[in-house]
Design a protein around this ligand. Structure first.
Ligand code: SF4
Length: 198
C-alpha cells in the first residue's frame, strides 16, 4: 500500500484559523492576532512572492477546502458568473475597505474619548451581537474597540466563506476574498512594472 506523503507544517495552518476564532470567544483581545493574516499576504506580494500566501499559507483557504472537499460539506457547484465578475470582486473589495476604515474611525473616536467602548460584535455589517462576557478592563478602551471591530470583520468573512463553500465550490470565498484581490492587484502591478523595466 502506498504510504501517505508527509505533510508540510504549513498544511496545518487551518488549525490556526480555528484557534483564532475560538480564542475570540474567550477574550476579544486575541482578535489583534488577526492582523497577522492581513499583513503577511501583503508583505509577501509586495516582496514579489505573488500569491504564495494564498497557495500555501492561508489557514482560512485550507479550512474551507477541508470542510468542503474532505468533509464533503460543499455542494461543489460552480459560482454564478456575477460573483466571479471583475465588478463584483472589486466592488466587494471597495465595500470591505470602506467598512474597515469605518471600524478604524470608530476606534479613533474611542481613543480620543468622543465615543464610549461598544462591547458588541457586528455580523455581516448589520447584526449587533452583545459580547459582554469578556474582560477588557486590562487594556485601554480603544484597544478593546479595535478588537471588537476586527473580530467582527474576521467572523463576518468566515461566515461568508462558509456560506459560499456550502453553496458553491469549497474555496469560492477565495474568488472574492479582499485579501486575495489585493494580492492579485499588487502582483499584477509588480509584474507590469518589471515588464516595463525589461
Ligand atoms: S483568497 Fe483569501 S481566503 Fe483564499 S487563500 Fe487567499 S487570502 Fe486565503
Amino acid at each position: 500500500m502506498e504510504r501517505d506523503k508527509k505533510k508540510s507544517w504549513y498544511e496545518y495552518l487551518y488549525i490556526f484559523s480555528v484557534i483564532y476564532l475560538v480564542l475570540g470567544l474567550f477574550n476579544i483581545i486575541f482578535a489583534w492576532l488577526g492582523l497577522i493574516c492581513f499583513a503577511i499576504p501583503l508583505i509577501i506580494s509586495i516582496k514579489g512572492g505573488g500569491k504564495t500566501y494564498c497557495n500555501k499559507y492561508c489557514g482560512r483557504g485550507q479550512l474551507l477546502n477541508l470542510l468542503g472537499s474532505k468533509y464533503k460539506l460543499s455542494r461543489n457547484k460552480p459560482m454564478p458568473k456575477l460573483l466571479k465578475s471583475y465588478l463584483f470582486r472589486y466592488g466587494f473589495l471597495t465595500f470591505f475597505m470602506t467598512m474597515f476604515m469605518l471600524m478604524l474611525f470608530n476606534t479613533y473616536l474611542v481613543l480620543i474619548g468622543a465615543s464610549n467602548l461598544k462591547e458588541v460584535i457586528t455580523l455581516l455589517w448589520t447584526f449587533k451581537v452583545p459580547w459582554h462576557w469578556v474582560n477588557t478592563d486590562f487594556v485601554s478602551p480603544w484597544t478593546a474597540q479595535f478588537a471588537f471591530g476586527f473580530y467582527s470583520i474576521m467572523l463576518t468573512s468566515t461566515i461568508l466563506g462558509i456560506i459560499t463553500m456550502l453553496l458553491y465550490k469549497p474555496r469560492s470565498w477565495c474568488v472574492y476574498c479582499p485579501m486575495g484581490t489585493m494580492t492579485h492587484v499588487i502582483s499584477t502591478f509588480k509584474y507590469n512594472l518589471k515588464d516595463k523595466n525589461v
